[in-house]
Write a protein that binds this ligand. Structure first.
Ligand code: C2E
Ligand code: CA
Ligand code: CA
Ligand code: CA
Length: 279
C-alpha cells in the first residue's frame, strides 16, 4: 500500500507539474504572440433573415501558435486576462476590427456593423472610453458601425460605475450588446438602467430550443423582453433549420451560427459580403 501510495503521489505530482509547466510555456508564448504577428481575426456573419442580408459581423480572435498550431480563445483568453496581456491583445483586436470594417464599408458600400468582444478586464480600465474614441478617429469608422459585446458578469460588478462608463460609450455612438444573455445574473431590473442596445441569447438555449420546452420558453421570454425594452435581440449558435424556424415563429430575425457560416477569415468574409450573401 505504501509503494502504491508513493507511486500515485508521484504520478499525481508529475501531472500537476506538467500542467503547470505547459501553462507557463503558453503564458510565455502569449507574451510574444503580438509582436510575432500570430493573431488573426475571424469573422462570423450576423444575418437578418427577414431582409436576407448580413447586417453585422462578430470578430473572433484566433492564435496561430508556431508550436501547437491553432489555439482556441477559450484556452488563451483566460490566461491573457490573468496576466494582464488582454489589454494589449484587446487593443489590437479593436483596432484591427475597426480598420477592417472601414475597409469593407469603403469597398462594398455595405454598412455592415462589427461586433467586438470586450473582456471585463478591459471594461474596468479608466482609459477604455478614450481608447475607443481614438480608434474610431484613427480608422474613420462611423461609430454606429461598432458594437461592443460584454457579458452580464462584466457589467454587474460595480454597477453604478459601469452605468457611467456605458453611457460614455453610448455617447460616442457605439452600440453595446450583452453576450451570453440568460446565463448570468437573473435580475432583470438592471436592464432598464444600462444603456444597452442588443441582447445576444446564449447558444445553450438555442441548442435545446427544439427539444426542450423550457429552453423554448426562455428564448421566447427573452425575445418579448427585448421587444418591450426596445432592444435588438440576436440568437447565437443557430445550427439547424428547425432551430431557425422556431426563432422565426418567435419573431427573432437576427441570427448567428453555423447554419449560415462558421467564423471565417477576412478574405472569405469579404467574398460573402461582396456577393451579398446567397447563403
Ligand atoms: P462568444 O463571444 O460567445 O463567441 C461565440 C463562440 O461560439 C465562438 O467561439 C464561435 O465560433 C462559436 N459559435 C458560433 N456559432 C456557433 C454554432 O452554431 N455552434 C457552435 N457550437 N459554436 C458556434 P470562439 O471563436 O472559439 O470563441 C470563444 C470565446 O472566446 C468567445 O465566446 C469569447 O468569449 C472569447 N473571445 C473570442 N474572441 C475574443 C476577443 O477578441 N476578445 C475577447 N475578450 N474574447 C474573445
Ligand atoms: Ca461574443
Ligand atoms: Ca456569446
Ligand atoms: Ca461565451
Amino acid at each position: 500500500a505504501k509503494e502504491q501510495g508513493r507511486c500515485c503521489f508521484k504520478f499525481y505530482s508529475d501531472s500537476l507539474n506538467c500542467r503547470a509547466i505547459e501553462r507557463l510555456e503558453l503564458e510565455q508564448e502569449l507574451r510574444k504572440a503580438l509582436q510575432n504577428d500570430e493573431f488573426e481575426l475571424y469573422y462570423q456573419p450576423q444575418i437578418d433573415v427577414e431582409k436576407d442580408q448580413i447586417v453585422s459581423v462578430e470578430a473572433l480572435i484566433r492564435w496561430h501558435n508556431p508550436k501547437h498550431g491553432l489555439i482556441s480563445p477559450a484556452e488563451f483568453i483566460p490566461i491573457a486576462e490573468e496576466t494582464g496581456l488582454i489589454i494589449d491583445i484587446g487593443e489590437w483586436v479593436l483596432k484591427t476590427a475597426c480598420q477592417q470594417a472601414k475597409l469593407w464599408l469603403d469597398q462594398s458600400g455595405n454598412e455592415c456593423r462589427v461586433s467586438v468582444n470586450l473582456s471585463s478586464v478591459q471594461f474596468k480600465r479608466g482609459s477604455l472610453v478614450g481608447f475607443i474614441q481614438t480608434v474610431l478617429e484613427e480608422t474613420a469608422l462611423p461609430a454606429n458601425l461598432l458594437e461592443l459585446e460584454l457579458t452580464e458578469s462584466a457589467i454587474m460588478t460595480d454597477v453604478e460605475e459601469n452605468i457611467v462608463r456605458l453611457q460614455q460609450i453610448k455617447a460616442l455612438g457605439v452600440g453595446i450588446a450583452i453576450d451570453d444573455f440568460g446565463t448570468g445574473y437573473s435580475s432583470l431590473s438592471y436592464l432598464k438602467k444600462f444603456p444597452i442596445s442588443t441582447l445576444k441569447i446564449d447558444r445553450s438555449f438555442i441548442t435545446d430550443i427544439d427539444t426542450s420546452a423550457d429552453a423554448a420558453a426562455i428564448v421566447k421570454a427573452i425575445i418579448v423582453l427585448a421587444e418591450t425594452l426596445n432592444l435588438d435581440v440576436i440568437a447565437e449558435g443557430v445550427e439547424t433549420k428547425g432551430q431557425l424556424q422556431i426563432l422565426q415563429s418567435f419573431n427573432c430575425s437576427l441570427i448567428q451560427g453555423y447554419l449560415f457560416s462558421p467564423p471565417i477569415n477576412a478574405n472569405n468574409f469579404e467574398k460573402l459580403l461582396i456577393n451579398d450573401l446567397h447563403l
